[in-house]
Design a protein around this ligand. Structure first.
Ligand SMILES: [Fe+2]
Ligand SMILES: [Fe+2]
Length: 335
C-alpha cells in the first residue's frame, strides 16, 4: 500500500518522517487538531497510518517504524484526541449485571434507529453508489477480522474459544479462497474496482477511517478488551439482514453470484456468529469480569454510532447528488 496524500499539517509532517529511515522526531504540537472538520480529516488519517504500521505497513516505509517511540508518542496524542471524539458522540450505556449482558446487547442493537444504508442500496441505489459503498468498505473488509484478532491473547477460557471460533470462520476455516477478505476482493473485481489492499485509502473520508480506527484502538490496548468484544458482538448482531439486502441490491444492479458471495456468506455465518458473540464470548467474559460489563456495552455503542454516522454521510451526500468519497474529484480507479 502507498502512503496517501496528506490532509493537513499532521499527516504532512508524519509522512515526511516515515519515508526516511527510522529516527527520533519531536511530535507535532499537542493540539494541532483545532476542531474544524478539515483538521479532523488530518487527525483520522494520521491515526490510521500509525495503526497500519501494525498491519501491512506501507511501500517505502521501513517496518521498524512500528515500535518507534516518536511514532508511539504521536499515536498516543492522537488516541487521546480520538477517545474524546468518541466520547462526544457515543453515550455510555448503563452497566448491566453480567448475566444480563447478552440481553442488554440485543436491546442496544434493537434501539438503534439510524438510517438504513442497506435498504437504500437494495431498492434505489445506482451502480456508481454501490461502487462507492464498496470503496469505503474496502478499507476494513480487505483486512476483515484482523483488528479483533488482537483480542485473542488477551482472553482466557470460554470467551477466548468463542472469539477463535468466530475468527476461524472469518479467515475461511483453513481455506484461503473462503476468507471473507478474499470474498470481498471478488466483489470488488466484479464491480471493476482495484482489489489490492489499501488501494482506496486516499479516497475515503475521515468517518470511514474512524470505523477502522476504533477497532484498532480497542484491539491494540488490553485496557479496552471488553470494548473490543462488545464492538465485535454489535458487528455480528447487525450483519445478517443488511448483508441480505446488499446482495439483493447487487443482484438488481446486475451483479453475478461471485460478486454477491461475500454478502450471501454473511447472511448465514453471522446469524450463527451473533449468538456466539453475545452469549459465549461477551456473556462468558462478563461472568469472568463483572466490573467490565459497561465497557462491553460501550464498545457495542461505538460500533453502532459509527455505523450510523457512516450511513448518514453516504446518504446525505447522495441526496445532494454529490460523491461520498473524500476528494470531490476522486476518480475511482478501475482495473
Ligand atoms: Fe466476515
Ligand atoms: Fe461474522
Amino acid at each position: 500500500m502507498q502512503l496517501p496524500a496528506p490532509r493537513g499539517p499532521l499527516t504532512d509532517r508524519l509522512f515526511a518522517e516515515l519515508i526516511r529511515p527510522p529516527h527520533a522526531f519531536d511530535p507535532p504540537p499537542a493540539d494541532p487538531y483545532g476542531g474544524s472538520s478539515g483538521s479532523e480529516e488530518d487527525a483520522q488519517l494520521a491515526l490510521f497510518v500509525c495503526y497500519e504500521l501494525h498491519y501491512q505497513g506501507f511501500d517505502g516505509v521501513d517496518d521498524r517504524w512500528e515500535w518507534n517511540p516518536s511514532v508511539l508518542a504521536l499515536r498516543e496524542r492522537l488516541e487521546t484526541w480520538f477517545e474524546g471524539w468518541l466520547a462526544r458522540r457515543v453515550s455510555r450505556p448503563p452497566a448491566p449485571q453480567p448475566r444480563e449482558v447478552p440481553r442488554a446487547l440485543a436491546a442496544l442493537v434493537a434501539a438503534d434507529d439510524g438510517p438504513s444504508l442497506s435498504a437504500y442500496l437494495r431498492g434505489r441505489g445506482d451502480a456508481a453508489q454501490f461502487r462507492e459503498f464498496v470503496v469505503h468498505r474496502s478499507i476494513y473488509q480487505l483486512k476483515e477480522a484482523d483488528p479483533h484478532t488482537w483480542g485473542i491473547p488477551r482472553l482466557l477460557g470460554r470467551p477466548k474459544a468463542a472469539l477463535v471460533e468466530i475468527q476461524s470462520d472469518e479467515y475461511g476455516g483453513g481455506r484461503p479462497e473462503r476468507m471473507h477478505a478474499e470474498l470481498f476482493r471478488a466483489t470488488m473485481r466484479g464491480l471493476g474496482l482495484d482489489d489490492s489492499y489499501g488501494a482506496y485509502l486516499g479516497s475515503v473520508p475521515g468517518v470511514t477511517l474512524a470505523i477502522s480506527n476504533v477497532m484498532s484502538l480497542f484491539g491494540l490496548h488490553r485496557h479496552h478488551r471488553a470494548a473490543l468484544l462488545g464492538h465485535l458482538a454489535a458487528f455480528e448482531m447487525t450483519s445478517s439482514l443488511p448483508n441480505r439486502r446488499y446482495s439483493q441490491g447487487l443482484r438488481r444492479l446486475g451483479g453475478d453470484a461471485g460478486s454477491r458471495r461475500y454478502y450471501d456468506e454473511h447472511v448465514q455465518a453471522d446469524a450463527v456468529h451473533e449468538q456466539i458473540a453475545a452469549h459465549d464470548m461477551c456473556g462468558a467474559f462478563a461472568a469472568q469480569h463483572p466490573a467490565m460489563t459497561g465497557d462491553i456495552l460501550y464498545g457495542a455503542a461505538c460500533a453502532l454510532t459509527l455505523d450510523r454516522l457512516f450511513a448518514e454521510h453516504l446518504l446525505g451526500r447522495w441526496r445532494e447528488g454529490r460523491t461520498s468519497l473524500w476528494r470531490a474529484d476522486a476518480e475511482v480507479t478501475t482495473r
